[in-house]
Write a protein that binds this ligand. Structure first.
Ligand code: EPU
Length: 339
């Protein structure tokens, strides 16, 4: 088996915020057997960290123990009916390669999730979502390997505790499993979701059946590119905070004081646009040392070059405090912090 472990490995290419960090030991298993071997041969007393492309990560300091960046690839159609197609992908597949491939086949379901950075395996971890669609809506099952035992299990989507940017893998089972693959259920006939404002405008007058997944993908890419910085050009980890959900009373009081407030009613309260709160607090385009909140999307924290984790945390704390003092709303960080 050609398993190569890298010691004292540079992780600057494994986190899109481009923070300097090293892993005591980095493994890049390409098969389930290799992953099992890595787990079996590790020091069971040392921590294990699993990373994808690091697009939703703040690495605070060097990682001790074992860091695993899965290189399991492969995308294939596993079964089909007249209506649906089931597609499987290895955890290491670049997410947008999977979206592009399915859309090229004429299969519908992933187009709103176009261009989200990261891997297929990371997608269920935080239930990626954009432009009116969440992964949970198209996911059939997740395949995992238990770190302690090497046992492989499949979890149907209904057992994954999916919620807004959340899953069992991020909450109650944190650190227990490694996601090794996903299976998605896609449609043969387009039933695209164009409920998101800019998509609605773009496809106004067309019936849902007249909008193709390819056309939606094209629009989503255009919207993303107009608002969100490409991490390859300007280091960032996407939205740095979640959109907070507050009580209806709290939202009404805020709306009275700030009529422009962007708010979306939910089953369990009202979701506020964190980007609006941060912009209204004056942080859009503002820098604190080498880091800042992006000039086109105040929710995205960017590294203009040479930032350390403390720079990131200092800006995040300043924004959080300011928003809390002005609006009485607590912002919760979206990216995972390691170690
Ligand atoms: N807004 C502002 N100022 C800003 C940014 C946004 O006023 O600087 C307002 C916009 O005008 C809009 C509202 O806030 O009315 C929502 O903005 P947008 O549609 O850009 O989306 P978002 O709520 O800021 C969320 C996701 C994104 C996802 C978009 C599109 C979260 C934390 N973020 O952002 O996901 O792409 O919706 O669906 O839920 C990510 O998670 O990393 C991410 C980029």
């Amino acid at each position: 088996m050609s398993l190569v472990l890298q010691y004292n490995a540079d992780l600057s290419g494994f986190n899109t915020l481009a923070l300097p960090a090293r892993a005591a030991c980095l493994a890049r298993p390409k098969t389930l057997d290799e992953l099992e071997q890595v787990l079996a041969e590790r020091d069971p007393q040392s921590p294990v960290y699993v990373i994808g492309e690091g697009s939703n990560l703040v690495i605070q300091e060097d990682l001790p123990g074992l860091t695993i960046a899965l290189a399991l690839d492969g995308m294939l159609k596993v079964r089909e009916t007249d209506q649906h197609v089931w597609v499987a992908a290895g955890a290491g597949v670049h997410w947008d390669d999977l979206v592009a491939w399915t859309v090229e086949q004429g299969w519908q379901g992933l187009e709103n999730l176009s261009l989200i950075p990261g891997t297929a395996g990371a997608a269920p971890f935080q239930n990626i979502g954009a432009y009116g669609v969440e992964l949970a809506q198209v996911l059939e099952q997740v395949t995992v390997m238990e770190i302690a035992t090497g046992k492989v299990t499949h979890f149907p989507a209904g057992e994954c505790d999916f919620a807004y940017r959340d899953s069992r893998f991020k909450s109650r089972d944190k650190g227990r499993f490694i996601i090794t693959g996903i299976e998605l259920k896609l449609n043969r006939q387009a039933q695209c979701n164009i409920s998101y404002g800019p998509l609605q405008q773009c496809f106004a007058g067309l019936a849902p059946g007249e909008v193709t997944a390819a056309a939606v993908r094209e629009q989503v890419i255009a919207v993303r590119q107009s608002k969100l910085p490409d991490p390859a050009v300007l280091a960032n980890a996407g939205s740095f905070f979640k959109n907070p959900v507050v009580s209806t009373e709290k939202a009404e009081a805020l709306k009275e004081a700030f009529p422009q407030l962007v708010a979306y009613p939910q089953q369990d309260g009202v979701k506020l646009a964190a980007g609006w709160l941060i912009e209204a607090a004056g942080w859009k385009g503002k820098q604190l040392g080498p880091v800042g909140m992006h000039r086109d999307q105040a929710l995205v924290l960017v590294n203009h070059g040479g930032a350390t984790p403390s720079d990131v945390m200092a800006l995040a704390a300043a924004v959080r405090t300011d928003v809390r003092q002005r609006f009485g709303v607590q912002l919760e960080q979206e990216p995972i912090v390691l170690p």
